[in-house]
Design a protein around this ligand. Sequence first.
Ligand SMILES: [Fe+2]
Length: 239
Amino acid sequence: MKSIIDIHSHMLPAVDDGCGSREEALAMLRIYEAQNVEAVICTPHYGQFSGANVEKAYQWLKSASAGTNLRVYLGNEILYTGSVLRDIRSGKARRLAGTDWILVEFEEWDRFSTPAEEILEGMRKLSESEFRPILAHPERYASLQNHPEYCRPITELGVKLQINAYDIRKNVNTNTRNLTRKLLEDQLVSFVGSDAHGAVRRAPDLLDGVQWIYDHCPEDYADAIVHDNAEEIIKRGSA
Ligand SMILES: [Fe+2]
């Protein structure tokens, strides 16, 4: 099993609904190290939270992790809206590690899931831009759980899919687990992330899912989605 690179984490302290304090971020760092994670791209929500000093939180985390085995990078999890391309071009919404890759989510609340055709059309628009879009946790959308046939056309646009390791086996929602496993079995997934939001609630939980992947998928494919594809992003990155 390769060491893990997590491209989806709310590890920066006090900038969104994720990690709440510097102390908690240090606890997350230790959890990551214990799970053989070599790098994390911090992806605070963009679009739902504003005014937080993300840059300052990132510089602090970078210093705090300097003596550890964990490398940290910066990006955003960008909520899709009609003005999203403008915000990415202006630099308000960050790309992953300073590359042309972007991590994108759609609205998904208790009683609302962005319809599958809107996710497809949104990702089409982004795929036709100068950026390289990654759809965050497709398995969480009720619309895609009900219409999994939309997932392959999304990838055929050149869009990459990132699943949450937790959703493979631990998520209590059967529909979420089923779609996650189907995407892995069909090899439509390009990245495995944690989507961690803290050190206790929604703590980094990658090993269990990664083990499932190595048990159920070809080793080359597992290596690619656990480590190598993310390493390619980081290697090209400047931030
Ligand atoms: Fe997230």
